[in-house]
Write a protein that binds this ligand. Sequence first.
Ligand SMILES: Cc1cc2nc3c(=O)[nH]c(=O)nc-3n(C[C@H](O)[C@H](O)[C@H](O)COP(=O)(O)OP(=O)(O)OC[C@H]3O[C@@H](n4cnc5c(N)ncnc54)[C@H](O)[C@@H]3O)c2cc1C
Length: 322
Amino acid sequence: MTSARDSRFIQALRARVRGEVRESEPLARHSTYRIGGPASVLLPGSAEDVGLALALAAEQGTPWFALGLGSNLLLPDEGLDALVIRLGKGLDRCDDLGQGRWRLGAGLPQPLAARRSAEAGFSGLHRFVGVPGTVGGGVYMNAGCHGGDWAGIVRQVTVVDPSGRDAILARDQIGFAYRGSGLGRRIVLEAEVELMPSDPPAIQAEVAELFRWRQEETPFNQPCCGSVFTNPGGPGRGKAGGVRTAGQLIDAAGLKGARQGGVEISRQHANYFVNLGGGTAADVRALIALARSTVRERFGVRLETEVKIVRPDGSFIPADQD
Ligand SMILES: Cc1cc2nc3c(=O)[nH]c(=O)nc-3n(C[C@H](O)[C@H](O)[C@H](O)COP(=O)(O)OP(=O)(O)OC[C@H]3O[C@@H](n4cnc5c(N)ncnc54)[C@H](O)[C@@H]3O)c2cc1C
């Protein structure tokens, strides 16, 4: 097995791809938490680069990790001993195919896709205006909000498998679930979605209202990963009474404003933990453990993480573990 940090691996990768390869790149630059140590990072120049990098990694037995905007991840303070393939520019097409169909590159920011499709008079993507990830991360996570998710609009996705081969998967082959998919070790290159024609001024007014809500009700402009925990009763539970949301439970446990190192449980929205500056993954994990144990003691509810906690080898800590 060749480490992604090995200079021979970096050289071989640079010889194959058009995109940029950065050594010892701080992952904090690629995470909305602004947390994460160093790794070898490929910024692919095209979809082809992704397949070429995966083929090289397969030949050399080098672990790899797909990264979008890092808006749903807690990356390790030690960094990653894996090739980080950061999908962004170069895979950011946004093509209106007509009749409500759009082809979107995996690296396109969801808010941009939301605004462009709304300006053209289509609804469905518009709800993602305040969800700061990429299209690829949104599909992989089946991100959702305000009554909809990616599963509701995707027709098909183009993926590349770990050997570097492309495939097109129809919607029912994607294995969409609540905040997840069955894509496993495949990287999303692009997604084709089907949107509903809408009255342009009405849909743009809705976009403006959703964005206003994000800015006023959540710590939108502070480094964070959005919701730390999933809602115990599933999506949207708690709004009309009944089972409380994760945020309501953490708030009722008196934990708003609790602080560990540079990280605080937001005073504005208790399911958001914010990096006030100099925060570490260890700080966030300590607050996750605190919120989980306090809520369990007080209300008998076991919280599961929505944020994906990454180990230094690129694997994930299960959602029910600290
Ligand atoms: C302020 C804020 C608000 C948020 N609000 C919401 C919300 O309302 N609803 C919601 O669902 N989420 C929300 N999130 C979380 C996050 O934005 C979404 O989950 C988003 O879709 C993740 O996209 P990303 O590109 O950042 O993925 P990343 O965080 O980079 O990655 C997430 C997972 O997807 C994988 N991945 C990323 N790109 C690809 C790809 N191209 N192919 C295969 N795998 C890939 C990664 O390996 C990882 O497992 C919020 C986050 C923030 C910071």
